[in-house]
Design a protein around this ligand. Sequence first.
Ligand code: WTA
Length: 693
Amino acid sequence: AANLLRHVDSMTTLPSGAGKISRLNAVILGESLASEEDDLVIPCPDFSSKAHVPSPDKYLEMYQRSIEDPAGFWSDIAATQFYWKQKWGKSVYSENLDIRKGRINIEWFKGGITNISYNCLDANIAAGNGEKIAIYWEGNDLGVDASLTYNQLLHRVCQLANYLKDIGIRKGDAVLIYLPMLMELPIAMLACARIGAVHSVVFAGFSSEALVQRIMDCKPKVVITCNAVRRGPKTINLKDIVDTALAESSRNGSLVDVCLTYANDSALKKESTKWVEGRDIWWQDVVPKYPTTCDVEWVDAEDPLFLLYTSGSTGKPKGVLHTTGGYMVYTATTFKYAFDYKPSDIYWCTADCGWITGHSYVTYGPLLNGATVVVFEGAPNYPDSGRCWDIVDKYKVSIFYTAPTLVRSLMREGDEHVTRYSRKSLRVLGSVGEPINPSAWRWFFNVVGDSRCPISDTWWQTETGGFMITPLPGAWPQKPGSATFPFFGVQPVIVDEKGVEIEGECSGYLCVKNSWPGAFRTLYGDHERYETTYFSAFPGYYFSGDGCSRDKDGYHWLTGRVDDVINVSGHRIGTAEVESALVSHPQCSEAAVVGVEHEVKGQGIYAFVTLVEGVPYSEDLRKSLILTVRKQIGAFAAPDRIHWAPGLPKTRSGKIMRRILRKIASRQLDELGDISTLADPGVVDQLIELADC
Ligand code: WTA
């Protein structure tokens, strides 16, 4: 207790308009808690003493420097921890985030020449880590596994890089990757980066139509995929999806020359795979024949590294573009501090490389640190709900990073699936994708982590490249459900509807005041949309699209999206995308989609559907509407509920009042508010009547 108190006494004022961390002593002395805000989990002194950031004081000192002298802070890290063929020019960064002052522009380490694949592989090997395991791969089915050392990973990457060069892929060319979580996925990303090609990974749960949309936008010459994948008890024939997409995109004028297909024998035999002669090539037939060394294409820090499509409030997905140098420095540094990474750690992130989390924290961040990463092909509840902990014990995983939806679904299955495994290797836990509710946090902390492992609840986005607001394990007490404080160099602000910054205890819209190295630089091919979507709502700031409150102790509490984007099982989806899929159904005349609270998924998809005049409601039609969404976007975007709507609540100018739909969807019928401004207030009663149809 004396130790704890000493530790707590050392706490001082935290940034972002924070007050003192007060009431800590009261908590330790066992006084009852007034509210969630007062619920503090004090780090174990033994953990803190060994942590990279052992105390609030140390954090404050580093944070302050990062804000007062960003150039000095980041260039020290960049210069000492990464290999640069040539150092950057005069200024470490230049930025304009103020739309009133002209074009939005962010650059870090411009003029610096480097390569991220070199820094992930060759640099670690040069530092003596060649024989260290880079990737442990765990297959879907028990007993199917593999591993690669850093040396072996480099060889594989070089062979593929040589092949890509040989078929004419050059610096700046787009390569589309549509692969499940095989080792070949990070290999493909690193091979592209090695030759300066721009990868665009599409999550293998997206449908062929979603794939077409992305192919049409970035026009790759080559698509890298596999024939099929096993997920849980199912086999998914990816090649069929790609075939359909490639046929469609070539009809629309975007011809893909080569479809490099990895033969995933355990899922589907080569002989049973459909084949387009002249376009399709088996990976195993060509790639292993190439040399295991490949010269690096040295690129500018501001040369593009990858494109990743993400959902926004309008229908078309946006190609978020990240460049090389800043992203490299930022993902590596955030990984190191937010997980208190040490070379002896074994790290497992359950995200798929098809999302940003898999880019920054399965592939680049960990490998840049020379970490050993577990890559898991399968489903977390297959063959049973203990699979995650089986994997944790098998590989002695010490850092486990996942999404709240998985935590909640495992929590429902019962503690015994967890407690029958040892889990004693675990040291740090992490959460991402949506706010983690305090009860799920507690279960994760108490049951999974045996009340021993701090939880890094990392708030960030595809656009931010890396963590923005996150605990640093061991640095300060945690509050279950709060992402705590900003990472080094990040200045979050909370603004009101007018864009005025609010100080102290408050809630409002979460913005960021300045640039950070990992920030996205543009939306591919549409800089104007970049400026209007992110920098126009609140001039002078980057607007995240999230709501946030800050409590009396300065802790940040994310409250979810304030735009028309929803987070379903940690997957980001625009309501407009689902609507446009629904209205493509010949019998649907109009659709409005809102998010509703969902016990496991966080948010569920709730769709109000108006049918074409004269078409009757039916169960078959409901199924066929859902199928349409699955086909156009992917299974993860299928609506949880279809609510028949003879009409939608619209203002006289024709705008759908989603506020009312949200209330109806969540059955908060006494909170509908003022409906007198509707063109036809009668539709509300009709909708309520049909609520249980
Ligand atoms: C949400 C995923 C609360 C948020 C990395 C954000 C979170 C969106 C958290 C980005 C968190 C992510 N707490 N909300 N720890 N992490 N979000 O682009 O709404 O797929 O805007 O990036 O997820 O989703 P994206």
